[in-house]
Design a protein around this ligand. Structure first.
Ligand code: AMP
Ligand code: MG
Length: 415
């Protein structure tokens, strides 16, 4: 059996960023991945600005004049260019307004008393007080967002703050997905004896869409070798990754394995994890270059990746989060793909240790500790909705109440 870390390392070593890039409006670039550094063409703020409503003064004037009452020589609202500050005077100024040349401090209005066209300063300001210096946030020419950054709302705001109207991003990762199993029925259809609903289609589609993939969903592919081979071949031509679900257990009566082996190469992994265990990783040869669909993809890519997930709903969910998510993010050119884990207190005891790396569905209780979902079966999808994340419990480790465990929140895994 393969350790989880080993399986992940093998996957990530194979994942190379897809070649295509495009320029998109910054407003439409949420969740996309930068393919080039964003460099600021200006200082932010572009000038010295006041961070208070108050009075702009020159500190040396107060000392030299030995007076704290100064005439008000100008009024500077935000968005207006000031005149240089006249010696021995104060300028009325507002938050975000440009500090006039010669002024070196702002006295907040709460520390000043205005009467007519004069103001009395009730405070001895330091030079620089309440002034945000030009370039204090961002320097002209500096890289504000490196290539490989996945664009969050705040990253879009940062790009916009330096005037970027368009961003260079990698094209979306194209993923084909299909499902196997004669027992699978779509919601809306009557459930025949022995049948179950194809819940994984909904979970996996949602997970892929959250990652920003362009998804082709082939639905349920009938359990025949010819049909499976044809789907795999067709999917390979126009996608970066083919993802399937079900039929990767050992000894399974299934045509996914022979179909992928006939169209490419496949490794069947037994991963020492629970839930999960079986995972298939391989490649499918792509139709000869020159065909329209293939031409749209990276010209150097002669093969499409293949990942086969186990069918049990919690197993496919967990293996997606732990393996497919980082793999797809790497294809998208994302640098940082590891989820950040928290160290939290277990408020339960799990005396029976498993020899596999367990990923237990747990949630954070009001006391800040973790509660465990009582049924950890890989068929119980309820646990994934009840939980806030997964406890990463190493092999052969029993958990004592009060012990600190490694918790990976779903918020880290579902973005
Ligand atoms: P398999 O990996 O094909 O051996 O399937 C393991 C278990 O997961 C079986 O109980 C299947 O019925 C179930 N299963 C397989 N595919 C799905 C699916 N798409 N949705 C829900 N359950 C599934
Ligand atoms: Mg099956």
């Amino acid at each position: 059996m393969l350790a989880t870390a080993e399986a992940l390392a093998t996957l990530l070593a194979a994942a190379r960023p897809i070649a295509g890039t495009e320029s998109v409006p910054t407003l439409d670039a949420l969740n996309r991945t930068l393919s080039a550094d964003v460099t600021s063409p200006l200082d932010v703020p572009p000038m010295n600005t006041s961070s208070m409503d108050g009075y702009a003064i020159r500190t040396a004037d107060l000392t030299a004049l030995r007076a704290s009452t100064l005439p008000i020589s100008q009024r500077i609202p935000a968005g207006h260019a000031p005149e240089p500050l006249k010696p021995g005077t104060a300028a009325r100024i507002f938050t975000g307004a440009t500090v006039p040349p010669r002024a070196d401090a702002i006295v907040m209005q709460e520390q000043a008393e205005a009467a007519g066209d004069e103001v009395t300063i009730l405070h001895n300001p330091q030079a620089g007080e309440w002034i945000t210096a030009q370039g204090a946030d961002i320097r002209n020419g500096s890289v504000i967002l490196p290539a490989g950054t996945r664009l969050t709302p705040q990253a879009l705001g940062l790009a916009a703050s330096v005037g970027c109207a368009e961003l260079e991003v990698r094209r979306r990762v194209k993923v084909a997905v299909f499902f196997t199993g004669d027992e699978l029925t779509m919601p809306g259809e009557p459930l025949k004896p022995g049948a179950i609903y194809n819940s994984n289609r909904f979970t996996l589609r949602g997970l892929l869409e959250k990652l920003g993939c362009e998804v082709t969903d082939y639905g349920i592919v009938s359990d025949k070798l010819d049909a499976t081979r044809a789907t795999v071949r067709e999917a390979a031509a126009a996608h970066d990754l083919i993802l399937t679900c079900g039929g990767v257990s050992v000894g399974e009566e299934d045509h996914v394995k022979p179909a992928v082996e006939a169209e490419g190469r496949l490794a069947m992994w037994q991963i020492a994890m629970k839930p999960g265990k079986p995972l298939a990783f391989g490649v499918v040869r792509r139709a000869a270059a020159g065909e329209d669909s293939a031409a749209a993809l990276a010209p150097e890519a002669a093969e499409t990746f293949f990942i086969g997930l186990p069918g049990n709903p919690v197993s496919s969910f967990a293996t997606f989060l732990l393996f497919v998510r980082p793999f797809v993010l790497r294809l998208a050119g994302v640098q940082t793909v590891a989820p950040r884990a928290l160290s939290l207190r277990a408020d339960f005891t799990q005396s029976k240790a498993d020899r596999r790396n367990e990923f237990l569905r747990a949630r954070i209780n009001p006391a800040g500790g973790l509660d465990l979902f009582p049924n950890q079966s890989s068929a119980v999808l309820t646990s994934t909705v009840w939980g806030d994340g997964l406890i990463d419990n190493p092999p052969n480790h029993a958990i004592q109440a009060g012990e600190t465990v490694r918790f990976i929140p779903f918020s880290e895994l579902l973005n």
